[in-house]
Design a protein around this ligand. Structure first.
Ligand SMILES: Nc1ncnc2c1ncn2[C@@H]1O[C@H](COP(=O)(O)OP(=O)(O)OP(=O)(O)O)[C@@H](O)[C@H]1O
Ligand SMILES: [Mg+2]
Length: 326
């Protein structure tokens, strides 16, 4: 882990199955970068259910970047899903209205808007749009951005979108140009229409989206700038989730950074437990750790023990960070 952090990788993503420790490990990593390496660091949570506030024991909600008190160089952002979905909806609605204006037929636009904005992919599209924002805009303000992603399914779709999104935009832009060209051909006032095409707000917005997308994609697929790290615990289910996830990330050309193994029972604790309960759990974990070594070596970045209590507050995060980089 230490080696990865000392490279100039700017965007670090954490993914994995639900509840394996993505948030605390992302938080500890960000804390280490800020405190021990002096990097201006932003910790961004893209989880609809936020936990940065409870992990740090300070109010980090509200969907805006907030400085973490008690730590130099560290800021946090809990992305507010309701907010970004609402904003994205307004933008898409305006775009649709503008597109239909050109058709010069009066239709009830509401059902079209409903179809476009209530489908399940819409939330992911809105989240992806926000992620592009964070990468491009906040990328200028920070040395490092650490992303705490929601559980697997959501993150996969987010990544998948980055490829689909580009294809969709290209098609939409092409369609728009065809519509405008057709209008030009049918019109007697070709000059005026030409001017309209040049100033077409829909085309401008689509082009702007596409340019942003191309920029972000070039960042997210560059291994010098971006790494996707997976957190797993020593259970079969978590391991197979990560294996699947790694394949997908590779298919989307997102640089894979390695695996952090979390919640490993220390042998001395297993020995101390007279009931044998922990011992049996420990042995099961050891068998799964063997599978982890086979599956992920040499890309295991760190192995972190199970703490006797939840990881909340700066002190415990600092302890976790030390384990991560040792
Ligand atoms: N090594 C550890 N030892 C003890 N407790 C841990 C450890 N790692 C994580 N935890 C605790 O486990 C719980 C889940 O951790 P966390 O919230 O970081 O997981 P997550 O993967 O982000 O979950 P979600 O998928 O819900 O976002 C938290 O209460 C956290 O404090
Ligand atoms: Mg989490």
């Amino acid at each position: 882990m230490k080696q990865l952090l000392s490279q100039n990788v700017k965007y670090i993503f954490f993914g994995g199955k639900g509840g394996v420790g993505k948030t605390v490990i992302a938080a500890a990593t960000a804390l280490y970068l800020a405190e021990n390496m002096g990097k201006r660091t932003l910790l961004a949570s893209f989880n609809p259910v936020h936990s940065l506030t409870s992990v740090f024991g300070q109010d980090l909600s509200g969907g805006v970047v907030k400085q973490i008190s008690g730590v130099k160089n560290l800021w946090a952002l809990e992305v507010q899903y309701d907010d970004i979905v609402e904003k994205y909806k307004t933008r898409i609605t305006n775009l649709l209205k503008e597109m239909l204006k050109m058709a010069e037929v009066s239709v009830d636009i509401q059902p079209l808007i409903d179809i476009a904005t209530t489908n399940p992919a819409f939330h992911e599209a809105a989240a992806f749009d926000k992620m592009m924002d964070v990468v491009l805009k906040e990328g200028e303000n920070y040395d490092r951005i650490v992303f705490d992603m929601a559980a697997v399914a959501n993150a996969i779709r987010l990544i998948g979108l980055s490829k689909l999104y580009g294809a969709w935009l290209q098609r939409t832009i092409k369609m728009r140009i065809e519509t405008l060209t057709l209008k030009e051909q049918l019109s007697f006032r070709k000059e005026k229409i030409k001017e309209q095409i040049e100033k077409d707000p829909v085309l401008m917005e689509l082009q702007d989206l596409y340019n942003r997308y191309v920029k972000v994609r070039s960042i997210l697929t560059n291994p010098d700038l971006t790494r996707f790290i997976f957190v797993t615990i020593p259970t079969m289910l978590s391991i197979s989730v990560v294996q699947r996830f790694i394949e997908m990330v590779r298919a989307y050309e997102i640089p894979y950074g390695g695996v952090v193994v979390n919640m490993v029972i220390p042998p001395e604790e297993a020995e101390r437990d007279a009931t044998g309960f922990l011992k049996s759990k420990y042995e099961e974990q050891q068998r799964n750790l063997e599978l982890i070594r086979k599956a992920f070596s040499p890309n295991i970045l760190a192995v972190v023990k199970q703490f006797p209590e939840d990881i909340v507050g700066l002190e415990r995060l600092r302890t976790l960070a030390t384990l991560l980089v040792s």
